[in-house]
Design a protein around this ligand. Structure first.
Ligand code: MG
Length: 369
């Protein structure tokens, strides 16, 4: 089933241009180095035996519940947007063959997703015609759902595959009729303001607790029989969709958590105190050994002048940490929120250091005055 065509030729060209920069190129030479879709010579992953099927797990308190056995309020038909026409039987969501795919009403970008699914028992059919469904991230990237228990198909189409692109690292399938889990970490693709792809999507998948996709980067959306590049519309995120592939696959306990963007530091956050120039003579006065005041038996910390600056050498660390003077007695760390303030007694003798590192404070005593 092909769900994808680029929205517009222009958008496709923009995405293709972006892909050329970041994900290497979409040119013929590069494409020829990939496995072709569904290559029967592609090695199959080793079979592993997962733990026994657990009872349905409970979602975290802050999860967005997509299906808890009671209703399909979060879902709609993928075609036309009408009500989702799948059945709920005894608290379990059942694909209605021919009813079409369903998708969430809400769009999502970066998510942690949990899905439980169950292939038909007794099994029926072979290859791709055996318990086929799929979980589409952003409506674009299919995690294949298939009865792959002691059942053969091409490697990039079995359960746990990023369909047509990446076979799972292992075949972690449970027998048909047993509940199986997908736990997904998904990071949506990133585009710059011109629509150029700057970061492909990322997918990590645990199948029945076994890692089967390790931070893989799809080279485009799932599409059958050919490849398409990323498209800038994907910056908006997309729905979670479940595929109807004419097989009565069942689902339960579907939830996700939206993942926040990491905050970038503001201009104020990256502002640093102005550094001052200290003479070598001044720096040399601070150079020496210091020891944590509360750990008199511990090895000393060394402060060394390296050309025109001081560096802190900690015990058992093979590198020095530059210290930036911001006054006659205070030094900041360039890459860490920390500050050294040298203590000087009334006679001008350097007796130790007050060291603040993040939210803790330490006192160091001079060892070799
Ligand atoms: Mg499928």
């Amino acid at each position: 089933m092909r769900w994808h065509l680029p929205r517009t030729a222009a958008a496709g060209l923009i995405a293709a241009a972006g892909l050329a920069v970041v994900v290497a190129s979409d040119d013929g030479a590069r494409l020829s180095q990939r496995w072709r879709q569904h290559d029967v010579h592609r090695p199959h992953p080793p079979v592993v035996e997962p733990a026994e099927s657990p009872i349905a797990s409970r979602p975290p308190k802050d999860a967005i519940i997509l299906f808890d056995g009671t209703n399909l309020d979060a879902w709609k038909a993928r075609d036309g947007g009408g009500p989702a026409r799948w059945n709920i039987v005894d608290g379990v969501l059942q694909t209605v063959p021919g009813a079409g795919a369903i998708e969430t009403r809400e769009r999502f970008g970066d998510v942690q997703l949990h899905v439980e699914w169950c292939a038909p028992d007794p099994p029926h059919g072979v290859g791709q015609d055996r318990g086929n469904s799929g979980v589409f991230l952003m409506g674009e990237f299919e995690l294949q759902v298939l009865d792959s228990y002691r059942a053969d198909t091409y490697a990039d189409g079995q359960a746990g595959a990023i369909y047509g692109q990446y076979p799972p690292l292992f075949n972690a399938s449970r027998p048909p009729g047993q509940w199986q889990t997908y736990d997904v970490a998904f990071r949506r693709p990133r585009f710059d303001a011109t629509g150029r792809l700057i970061e492909p999507a990322r997918i990590t998948l645990f199948h029945n607790g076994i890692l089967v996709q390790n931070n893989e980067a799809p080279f485009g959306p799932t599409a059958w029989l050919r490849w398409f590049p990323y498209d800038p519309h994907q910056a908006r995120g997309g729905p979670i969709a479940l595929q109807d592939h004419d097989h009565p696959v069942r689902y339960r306990n579907i939830w996700l958590r939206k993942l926040p963007d990491r905050p970038e530091p503001s201009a104020a956050d990256v502002e640093r105190p102005r550094t001052v120039a200290l003479t070598h003579e001044r720096l040399d006065r601070y150079a020496g050994k210091y020891r944590p005041a509360n750990r008199p038996d511990s090895p000393p910390w060394k402060i060394v002048r390296e050309d025109d600056h001081l560096a802190l050498w900690l015990p058992a660390r093979p590198f020095g940490i530059p210290m930036e003077p911001i006054s006659e007695t205070e030094f900041d760390m360039r890459q860490t929120d920390g500050r050294f303030t040298f203590r000087i007694d009334a006679g001008g003798k350097i007796t130790g250091i007050h060291f603040r590192i993040a939210d803790s404070e330490r006192e160091l005593s001079r060892v070799d005055p």
